[in-house]
Design a protein around this ligand. Sequence first.
Ligand SMILES: CC(C)(COP(=O)(O)OP(=O)(O)OC[C@H]1O[C@@H](n2cnc3c(N)ncnc32)[C@H](O)[C@@H]1OP(=O)(O)O)[C@@H](O)C(=O)NCCC(=O)NCCS
Length: 185
Amino acid sequence: MNRRSLYENHLRRYHDAVNLAVMLPDMNLRAAAAADRPFLTLMLVEAVNWAPGREISVAAALANSSLARYVAGWPGPGEFGVVAVEASAPIGAAWLRLFDADHPGYGFVAPGIPELSLAVAAHRRRRGVGRAMLANLAVRARDGGIPAISLSVERANPAAALYRAEGYVTVGGDDAAEVMVRWLE
Ligand SMILES: CC(C)(COP(=O)(O)OP(=O)(O)OC[C@H]1O[C@@H](n2cnc3c(N)ncnc32)[C@H](O)[C@@H]1OP(=O)(O)O)[C@@H](O)C(=O)NCCC(=O)NCCS
C-alpha cells in the first residue's frame, strides 16, 4: 500500500470514529459471517422495501430467485460484509456479492467487481450507521485489492445521495434505477 492510501485509510478511520462517537455511541461494526445470513436476509428485504408502501415479505423475497441470490450461500469465495451492532443486537448490514456475466445482479458491471447490498433497521436510520458501514467495506475491499464496488439503486431512493457522497458515480441504469460504482484504486 502506498503512502497516500495509508494516509487516506487512517483519515477515514479517524473520521468514522468521530462520527460514530457523536451519532450513535453504543454502535460497533463487526465482520459479517455465514451465521448472519438470516439477518442479511432481513436487511435485503429492508433494502427492497425502501419505498413507502412497498411491503414484500421475507418469504416472497426468498421465493424470488433474483433477490434470494443476494444471500443464498453467502459468503462465497472473496465475499465479505459488515454488521452494525448496538447493545449486541444487529441494526444494519452491508455485504458484497460476486456475480458473473452469465448471471449478473442488478448492479453488475464486470467480473471481479462485487455488488453491494446495504440496509439499516428503520429505527436506527439517519444516525451515520449506513455511512460507517460503506466506509468500512471500502477500506477492507481496497486493502484486499478489490478494484471497485458496484450497486444498483432506484432513482427515487434517497440512499443514492449517500452513495454519491461516499464516492459512487453513476455508470449505467435505466429509467427506474441507476448502476453506480466506487473505484478504489
Ligand atoms: C440507505 C440507508 C442504508 C442509509 O443508512 P443510514 O444509517 O440511514 O444512513 P446515514 O445516517 O449513514 O446517512 C444518511 C444519508 O443517507 C441519505 N439518506 C438516507 N435516507 C434518507 C432519507 N430518508 N431522506 C433523505 N436522505 C436520506 C442522506 O444523504 C443522508 O445524509 P444526511 O443525514 O447527512 O442528510 C438506510 O436509510 C436504509 O436502510 N434505507 C432503506 C434500505 C435501502 O434503501 N437500502 C439501499 C438500497 S440500494
